[in-house]
Structures are given as C-alpha cells and as structure tokens.
Design a protein. Structure first.
Length: 733
C-alpha cells in the first residue's frame, strides 16, 4: 500500500526504451565487490531491488584492460567471465522487478593499470594529478586511438546487454576520460578534439552517439556528469562550461537521462559529501539548472543523502529533478523505498553521512556500513537486513552496556525472540556515541542511537534499564539471566598512552586540572587558559573535533599528531581536504610527525619522529643503530587534551571470567564480550560485533565468528580469459 502523501515517489517514469517502476535510483557506488565477487555483488545489489529501488547500478565498471585501477576493485566488462559474473547481478535485480544499470568507465590519465600493465590512452599525454606519486602517465591518443576507445565503449555496452543490463551509463564524472577531454586543464590538443568547447566535447558526445546507435533501441543510454569540479579555473565550472556542455550534448539528442553531481576525482568527497561538511541536498542548485536545460522529457537524477521522504518530495516538487538518486541512503537502508511506501518511517535506518562505507573502498577493502551491519554480508553470511531467524530455544539474556554494540546486540537478539534486559549506568542510551554526536558538525551521527532506540521500544521482549548502579560481577551473577553479554565499551587513555610509543607520556595525568580526555571535555570539565594543545594519536574524528571545539571556545589551538596528516583516517572517508580547510579557517596550528616527550604544567615538549640519523652506525661495540637525535621543541600549553588512544573497559568481563566456576551455581550458561570492551575500534566494528554475536547466538562458540563464504578462484576450475584467447578487440569497425 503506497502512502499517498508520498505518491509522487512511486510513479513510474520512462527514459529511452526503459521505464522504472518508481523514482528511487541507486546511483553507481563503489563496493570493492566488482566482477570478482559475483555472489556478494549480486546479493548486495539484489537486496536493494527487493527493498524497492527501481534502478540498481554497479560501481564504476572498467570497459577494457587499458583502464584498470587495481588494487581498488571496480566492476569490469572485459570478457565473457565478467558477463557471467555481472549477469548474476542483473538476474538478482530483475528478480525483484527492477532495472540494472552499469557505469561504463575508462579513466585515461588516471589508470595505474597495476594488474593489466597496459598503457592507458588519454587526451594529452600527461602525468596523473590524482596519483602524482605513482608515476602514472597516459599516452596521447591519435584519431585512431580515439576511435578504438569509442569502440571499447560499444563493445562493453554489447557485453552489458548480454549480461542483462538495462541501462548503460557513461561516466563523465570523477574526471574520467570524457571529462579529461572536456577540461582545459587536461586538453592541450590542437586538432578537432581540442580548443573550443565544441571540440573538447566531441569525444564525449561521440561516445554517447555510438552507444545510441549500437544499443540505444534496447538499452537506455545515460550519463553521470559533474557540472562543477569545485576547483576553479581551467576546470569545469557550473555557470561556465558545465552548463554549456549540458546544452551542447542535450541538443544532440544522445542522452536519455542525466545523473548530476559535483566534485572531481581528486576530491570526490564533494560528491560523496559527508554530513560533517555537506547538508542534505547540497547539490540542489547545480541539478536544478541542468533540469531546466533538458526540459520535461529527459529525466534528471539528483543525489543528496536523501533519507527523509519529505525532502525527497520537496526535491521533486521544486522541479529540481525527477528521480531521487542515492548511494549511501540505499546502503544504510536497502528497504528505504518500501518503508516509505508502507508508511513505516520510524523503521528507516537513516544514513549518518559518516563515509565509513567509502573508507572501505579507499582502503582497497570491501564495503561495510556503520548503520547497516548486514551491508556486504547478504551473500557471504546470508544476512538479510529485515529478516531474522527466530531463536529455536529463546532464553533470557542480560546485556550490560548500551553503547552502539550493546544496543545493536540487544535489538537483534530481541528481533530473534530472546528475552533481553539491556542495562546501563548512564541515564541515556548510546554510550560513547552520545559524546560523538555532540561534536561540532556531528548531529546526524545521533541517528545511530535514535534508530536503535525506536526499534528497542517496539520490542516487547526487550527491557531497557538506564541510570542503574554500575553492575559488578556479583550483580551480574545474581541477576538471573541465562546468558550475559558484556558491552562496557572503552575510555580515552588518561596518561597519554598511544600507538607511537605504547607508553604513558611522562607528566601526563587527566586527574589534574590542566589535562583532559575527550570525555572530560564533553562532560564539561573546565579548560584552563588560552593555549590548548590537542595531542592526537587516534587520527580520525575526535582529534579534529576537539581542536574545533576548543577553537570555537576562543582558544589558541595547536593540534599535534604523530601521523603524516591531521585526521589521517579521514583520507579514507574523503574528509581530509575539508578537515584541513576547517582547521585553517579556525586558525588551528598543526604539527604532524611529532609526539610528546613529556609534559609539565604550561609546557608540552615534543620531538620530531625522524630526528634520528638515516644511517646506521656501530654506536658501541656490538650495538648497531641510528644515532639518536635529541632535539626537543616546546609548545606553550595551558591545557592538554589527550586523544592518544582508547582503552577497553574490560574489568567486569575479566572478573566474570575469573569466577567462571561459579556460573553453574547461578545458572549462567555463558558470558560473552562485544564491541569496544573487546577491542576499541570504530563504531561500525562495535555494531557489527554486536550484530554478529546476536545472529550466531546458538552457534557452538558464539564469541568466535562462524566462517563466511570467500569468493576467489578455486584451483582446477576454468579461467576467463584463458591463455591463447585473442586480445579483446579494439580495432575500429
Ligand atoms: P561500545 O562502542 O562497545 O558499544 P560504549 O563505550 O559506547 O561501547 O558504551 C559502553 C556503555 O557501557 C556505556 O554507556 C557505559 O555507561 C556502560 N557501562 C560500562 N560499564 C558498565 C557497568 N559496569 N554497568 C552498567 N553499564 C556500564
Ligand atoms: Fe551512510 Fe555511514 Fe553507512 Fe556510509 S557507512 S551508508 S555514510 S551510515
């Protein structure tokens, strides 16, 4: 039953030869699954089709070995093996009545080709600015090379059709080759593919036209285009060549649908804008202007981290777009469309915009999600985000600690039919995440708590007890539960312990008035003086957030880290450039590659990590090493904020372990630990940990994960291609 208030979202819409059943389009997004993990890919994408996304696309899909981004995993349409593997995805998407799209990708200058070892062809024969340290160059294409590349697109589109895809989307985004031809920064040609905008647009338009001729009567031919690369002159600027290109290509009638974004490959965090830096629907003006150009007959897709149906309706009603595009909201909740249709809005698991999903790809790993522990686990662990096997013999479970891990575990156990008591000495749910959600810019992070709070409230078999006395081992043993889960979390080190030295920092003690942990800062402990030093050995969110918090309070802030960058991990979440801009705007003084030697009130003394000699010497007979440097730097420090590392709150678990022989007397069958009290990692790991334990609660040893399906070549089975097969043809037809 479709909720009539949101009826517009469920109206079919046509483009080219295809019609999608509603307005929910899962835009292409990275996963790390590619063509190499066909089961994971198919089940992950199929789940979104099942959840109501009418179009489900692959990630970027390489059309030929000339463009390969190994060890990052793209989809590929190189050969018959890829057709089989991606064909499985198409089958799964079709099984649920949705259309399958593939994003055709050839990256020219930015193709490291570490697997294929081919030479990429590009526009001008330039070094890649995306991989400046990797010695990546393209070879300038002559007209025959250009024809060959266009033919690669056509052959890939034919393979896409064979696999079952309904939509071929040309990536004219993320600085792929069509964009490189378009941008003056890359295009230094003097032939008919260089110079004027018309000339620079020729390659892109010729690709689209060739695809229309080859498959356009059967498949929709669409594009994803960035109207502004957000980095100034000689790049694409919206009011300049961004919109003029849209006019040009639209006039040619070669594009069935436009999917619009901003930002380029160097900084695609402007496209995958994190909630810390970009509000919902931040690309609105850019998309709106494209819609005005292409008119009512050509649909436009707009992304914008949409999770609220009211925001979606507003976007459609304003004339900005016809279709709601989403990558992250569809990862966090594959059933978002269905929940809107069924008016189950409080069941929506809203994306928090943390970009942990992106971070996995950026670490050359596999997608996972903070909010949705089942993302990427649909095939390899057979987890369904909305379905839970009922417990065969539901017993009573006490969960101690209502942080992300405890909440998730209690929720999943509850959905599985267990009788659960979730208990926490704090007055509210959320554990350490309550602090995180109050860091500057992090309000959306609160959804981790509010979603679980709403779900827990619906479960009649789950009781939540907050503000209780901290539970001792004695209290746990006497509680009367059959099984116990300890989720007591972690705390920030109070003595400066960190990864750099694995030792406390001399003179540092958060018990004194001028040394503070992040919990103490958030708890309101006064920060003395004007010169605040934030010492960050954690490298993610808390260090920069503490620096910003202090700057907002008018302090002079120095942020010191042992890493090469501030918030080094935010390289993976695509937030690093904006973190640097934010610190610069706040006049935070930054020192990298330094760590603390010692602290005395008023002064922090530091050393440069590489102050020892490069050469090795016999320092004394039989003892070789670097000649140690001794230089120290002193920074004024009226207050020191320690973001050095986190330490598990494992005492309760250890005490219960110590009293294991007594469990039988208290009729306790098992005690497990999850989340940060096991090891203090990012929240998505704590949540996963709680989820996994609850899913596998009846396994012989639930503390230890069951094996999952690994997808890889198994010896003795066929390979595609085989040695001796012809080279994928590129000759001009
Ligand atoms: P995680 O990220 O693993 O979920 P958190 O640190 O966010 O861990 O949450 C741990 C929660 O456990 C906190 O809310 C804390 O108040 C609670 N807690 C810790 N020890 C006890 C205890 N002995 N009794 C009750 N609650 C506890
Ligand atoms: Fe959203 Fe974070 Fe999940 Fe990505 S990891 S989908 S940004 S909640």
């Amino acid at each position: 039953m479709t909720n009539s208030k949101y009826g517009l979202l469920f109206q079919p819409i046509s483009f080219g030869p295809k019609t999608m059943r509603n307005r929910f389009w899962q835009t292409s997004h990275c996963t790390g699954f590619g063509s190499e993990r066909p089961g994971t890919q198919a089940s992950f994408r199929g789940m979104k089709a099942e959840g109501g996304w009418a179009v489900v696309c692959t990630e970027f899909c390489s059309i030929h070995p000339e463009s390969d981004e190994y060890p990052w995993h793209s989809a590929r349409l190189w050969d018959a093996g890829d057709v089989i593997n991606l064909g499985h995805m198409c089958d799964e998407v079709h099984r649920h009545g949705s259309l399958a799209g593939v994003q055709l990708w050839y990256n020219g200058s930015h193709s490291p080709n570490l697997e294929s070892r081919e030479v990429p062809h590009g526009v001008s024969g330039l070094p890649s600015n995306v991989f400046p340290e990797r010695n990546v160059y393209d070879a300038m294409s002559d007209e025959n090379d250009i024809k060959a590349i266009i033919n690669m697109y056509v052959l890939a589109a034919k393979r896409a059709e064979e696999a079952g895809f309904d939509i071929v989307e040309v990536s004219g985004s993320d600085t792929t080759l069509p964009l490189q031809f378009l941008e003056r920064r890359y295009n230094r040609r003097t032939d008919r593919y260089g110079g004027s905008l018309q000339n620079r647009a020729r390659f892109y338009i010729e690709i689209m036209a060739a695809l229309k001729r080859a498959v356009g009567d059967r498949l929709a031919v669409t594009t994803r285009f960035e109207t502004d690369t957000i980095n100034g002159e000689i790049r694409i600027q919206h009011y300049d060549e961004g919109l003029r290109f849209v006019e040009l290509m639209h006039a040619e009638g070669v594009c069935d649908l436009w999917s619009v974004k901003i930002g380029d490959y160097e900084e695609w965090g402007e496209d995958a804008g994190s909630s810390r830096f970009r509000r919902v629907n931040w690309m609105q003006p850019f998309v709106l202007h494209v819609k005005r150009i292409v008119g009512p007959k050509i649909p436009v897709v707009s992304n914008g981290r949409f999770t609220s149906p009211d925001d979606m309706i507003a976007a459609l009603a304003s004339g900005q777009c016809d279709i709601i595009g989403a990558a992250r909201p569809s990862i966090a909740d594959p059933f978002l469309p269905t929940k809107i249709a069924e008016n189950r809005l409080d069941d929506i698991r809203e994306c928090i915009g943390c970009n942990m999903c992106v971070s996995r790809m950026q670490q050359q790993a596999l997608l996972s999600c903070t909010q949705n522990a089942t993302a990427g686990e649909e095939y390899r662990r057979r987890w369904h985000p909305e379905k839970f096997t009922q417990a065969p013999n539901p017993c009573s479970v006490l969960v101690v600690g209502a942080g992300p891990a405890g909440m998730e575990c209690a929720m999943v156990l509850g959905k599985r039919g267990y009788t659960v008591h979730l208990r926490d000495s704090a007055p509210d749910l959320g554990g350490h995440w309550r602090d995180v959600a109050r860091y500057p810019r992090c309000a959306e992070y609160g959804r981790v708590i509010s979603y679980r709070q709403a779900q827990l409230a619906k479960l009649k078999n789950v009781e939540v007890h907050l503000g209780i006395e901290p539970m001792t081992a004695e209290a746990v043993l006497n509680y009367g539960a059959d099984k116990v889960v300890i989720a007591t979390g972690a705390h920030w080190a109070t003595d400066g312990l960190g990864a750099e030295t694995h030792r406390p920092i001399p003179g540092v003690d958060a018990g004194s008035a001028d040394v503070l942990t992040p919990e103490q800062v958030m708890g309101g402990k006064p920060v003395p003086g004007d010169d605040v030093v934030v010492l960050d050995g954690d490298g993610y969110l808390t260090g920069v957030s503490m620096a910003e918090t202090m700057a907002l309070r008018g302090k002079r802030v120095t942020l010191i880290t042992n890493m090469n960058n501030v918030a080094e991990f935010s390289r993976f979440t695509m937030e690093l450039p904006n973190n640097k801009r934010m610190l610069n705007e706040n006049k935070v003084h930054v020192m990298t590659n330094h760590w603390a030697h010692g602290y005395s009130p008023g002064t922090l003394s530091l050393y440069f990590l590489y102050r020892d000699t490069a050469g090795l010497y016999e320092l004394e007979p039989g003892h070789w090493g670097r000649r140690p440097g001794t230089e120290l730097k002193e920074v004024p420090c009226s207050a020191l904020v320690l973001v050095t590392s986190r330490v598990s709150n494992v005492q309760l678990y250890r005490e219960l372990e110590r009293r294991r022989v007594e469990w039988a007397r208290y009729e306790i069958q098992a005690v497990y630990r999850i989340g940060d009290c096991h090891a203090p990692r990012h929240a998505l790991n704590a949540i996963f940990d709680g989820h996994r334990l609850a899913r596998e609660f009846e396994s012989p040893h639930p503390q230890h994960p069951l094996p999952f399906i690994r997808e890889r070549q198994v010896w003795g089975h066929a390979t595609y291609p085989k040695l001796g097969d012809p080279r994928p043809p590129v000759e001009v037809p």
